[in-house]
Write a protein that binds this ligand. Structure first.
Ligand SMILES: *Cc1c(COP(=O)(O)O)cnc(C)c1O
Length: 198
């Protein structure tokens, strides 16, 4: 299980303190803030995860500055990240964002579109597709929270039939961490419960 400490809006001294205490993975969801913080905190072991919406005009900086992008849901963005990932770096790790609760106008592919999307990565050598990410609609009981996470895990498992290298299920935030872990999250993204309210 990987804990991504979501440090959006928090100053770099707070991130440095967490890093010195042994936390290595940090998540940011505003592109410019992510790029600036990654440039400021550069230890060889620190890993930067981008978890916000990716706009075309930010792909170049994100491709060079991030270790992971959790929110790939359009071919155009995948193609740009692949092309703009510097050749002297390892492939960029990506997760495909799925709109698992089928909320209108929310980010992510619909579950039924995943099968047609994954083959795209066969031809993108500078990206390494690692798995799936989702932000389900809020729910008030743990049982209700578990349902969409279970659906994401089932989708992940069926995708592994064709893509056995998939190893990452990025799901769970402060409010639904327990439900996500119970359903098999391999990566959780926690902000408030680590750094306090924003
Ligand atoms: C802000 C954010 C988180 C962390 O949320 P908390 O409720 O503070 O734990 C996780 N994932 C994404 C995509 C976010 O934008």
């Amino acid at each position: 299980m990987t804990l991504v400490a979501v440090s959006k809006t928090k100053p770099t001294d707070v991130i440095e303190e967490a890093f010195e205490a042994g936390q290595l993975a940090f998540g940011e969801n505003y592109a410019q803030e992510a790029i600036d913080k990654a440039a400021a905190i550069t230890g060889a072991k620190v890993k930067w995860h981008f978890i916000g919406p990716v706009q075309s005009n930010k792909t170049r900086a994100l491709a060079a500055g991030m270790d992971w992008i959790h929110t790939v849901d359009r071919p155009k963005i995948a193609l740009r990240l692949n092309e703009q990932r510097p050749n002297n770096m390892l492939p960029l790790n990506v997760c495909v964002q799925v709109n698992i609760s089928r909320e209108p106008s929310k980010a992510g592919l619909l579950p039924e579109d995943l099968n047609d999307f994954l083959p795209l990565f066969d031809d993108l050598p500078n990206l390494r597709v690692r798995g799936l990410m989702a932000i389900p609609a809020p729910a008030s009981t743990v049982a209700a929270q578990r349902q969409p996470f279970r659906e994401l895990r089932q989708l992940f498992e069926s995708s592994k039939a064709n893509y056995p290298a998939l190893d990452t299920l990025s799901m769970g935030m402060s409010a639904d961490l327990e439900a996500a872990v119970a359903e098999g999250a391999t990566m959780v993204r926690i902000g408030t419960d680590i750094f306090g309210p924003r």
